[in-house]
Design a protein around this ligand. Structure first.
Ligand code: ADP
Ligand code: GN1
Ligand code: MG
Length: 361
């Protein structure tokens, strides 16, 4: 039984001034449960994001919250004194007991962020300028975290972007076929097997470990509602040691595709070159000075690796019975897999032109 949480009671567990007014589900993330809550205080209304962490996906919530606290504090320090500093770093609102989260009686972990006003998120990129803005923000995010003091961040999901292990997980799901769905996904399983050689491309290149975001899709950056500039990088649960190319690759796969992730019309799924150009220029505008030549060289292929990897993950979840990603209809994960595999092919086809552009930027 999935009881509706009492958002009002949970919100009062945090140090939010004033009286609870309302709450509504918010955003379109696939993992956590997100609510926008309103409190009245001093004659005005103040908005917050209240979120339940998905502890199936993140089995060590305390590690997630510790990373989150360190990363947000570091970013706040970096932005201090700059224009619009308050909107540019995600902040945590403390719980009544001073912790950065509230652990409820049923075992759920909750946290609250001030709602960052005058921003918007989109699920599909609308213009190349938007891709530029988002990529610039993610590049700056990596740059600012380059001097995060030790210790190394926790790996909140170990091997999150270890593509060969994602492939092994698919093979395991095919062999187990717990949901009796393998026959429905025969062409996709065969596709995965045919292209498995791509799995090692980033890992085998001996690239430097960095602090990376690891989930750089377009709706994880808040854009200024008036100017469209990237204001704040959010969804920090997967921030951990990783490769810069995981972030750029995820941007390519999520921001150059004009179709929704679960679009049925696969004809629409094609990497849009102008969006790629926006991404490349935006990312390099903030990251060019710290990336190594080897990293730069792999920028054009990184999107294909991450699209393939996400296709594997959607397919694995379909075979396992839709236990990881939120779904709203039967077959949605298989549909999402098909779209990622189509995108993977489209990105690979455009590799030469991407390399040519890279040489000129
Ligand atoms: P998920 O892990 O489920 O994707 P997110 O942390 O990305 O959860 O939050 C879901 C959505 O909620 C975001 O895409 C964004 O639209 C909105 N959101 C999250 N945090 C804030 C915030 N502090 N201010 C404004 N909007 C936010
Ligand atoms: C999930 O949490 P959200 O919706 O931003 C997933 C990402 C996938 C993305 C695909 C922790 O991201 O890895 O790329 O869906 N996050 C996690 O839309 O698995
Ligand atoms: Mg998100």
């Amino acid at each position: 039984m999935n009881l509706k949480p009492d958002i009002r009671t949970i919100a009062y567990e945090f140090q939010i001034a004033g009286d609870f007014v309302s709450a509504e589900s918010f955003g379109s993330g696939h993992i956590n449960d997100t609510y926008r809550v309103i409190f009245a205080y001093g004659g005005g209304q103040h908005r917050y994001i209240l979120q339940r962490l998905n502890h199936t996906v993140f089995p060590k919530p305390l590690a997630v919250m510790e990373n989150l606290q360190r990363v947000t504090a570091h970013l706040a320090q970096k932005f201090a004194g700059q224009p619009d500093a308050v909107r540019r770093a995600l902040a945590l609102v403390s719980a009544r007991d001073g912790k950065f989260f509230y652990h409820d009686a049923t075992g759920n972990f909750w946290r609250v962020f001030p709602f960052i006003e005058r921003t918007r998120t989109v699920d599909v990129v609308e213009t190349p300028a938007q891709a530029f803005a988002a990529a610039q923000a993610f590049g700056q995010f990596q740059k600012m975290l380059a001097d995060l003091p030790t210790p190394r961040l926790h790996e909140t999901i170990p091997d999150f972007h270890h593509t060969p292990k994602r492939f092994a997980a698919l093979e395991k799901a095919v062999a187990a076929d717990t949901g009796n769905r393998a026959t429905l996904a025969k062409p996709e399983i065969e596709f995965a097997l045919r292209h498995r050689a791509i799995c090692g491309v980033l890992l085998d290149a001996n690239l430097p470990e960095r602090v990376t975001h690891n989930d750089t899709k377009i709706n994880n950056v808040l854009l200024d509602a008036a100017t469209g500039a990237g204001v704040c990088v959010i969804d920090l649960d997967t921030v951990m040691p990783g490769l810069a190319l995981y972030d750029f690759g995820d941007m390519v796969r999520s921001m150059t595709n004009p179709a929704a992730e679960n679009d049925h019309d696969l004809a629409k799924v094609e990497m849009q070159f102008p969006a790629f150009e926006g991404l490349l220029r935006g990312y390099l505008s903030s990251a060019a000075d710290f990336l190594t030549p080897a990293e730069k060289n792999l920028l054009p292929v990184s999107g294909a690796v991450i699209a393939f990897e996400l296709g594997l993950r959607f397919l694995t979840d379909f075979l396992n019975g839709d236990v990881y990603f939120k779904t709203r209809r039967a077959g949605e994960n298989l549909n999402r897999c098909r779209a990622q595999f189509k995108l993977f092919e489209s990105i690979r086809r455009q590799e030469t032109v991407m390399q040519k552009l890279l040489a000129t930027v």
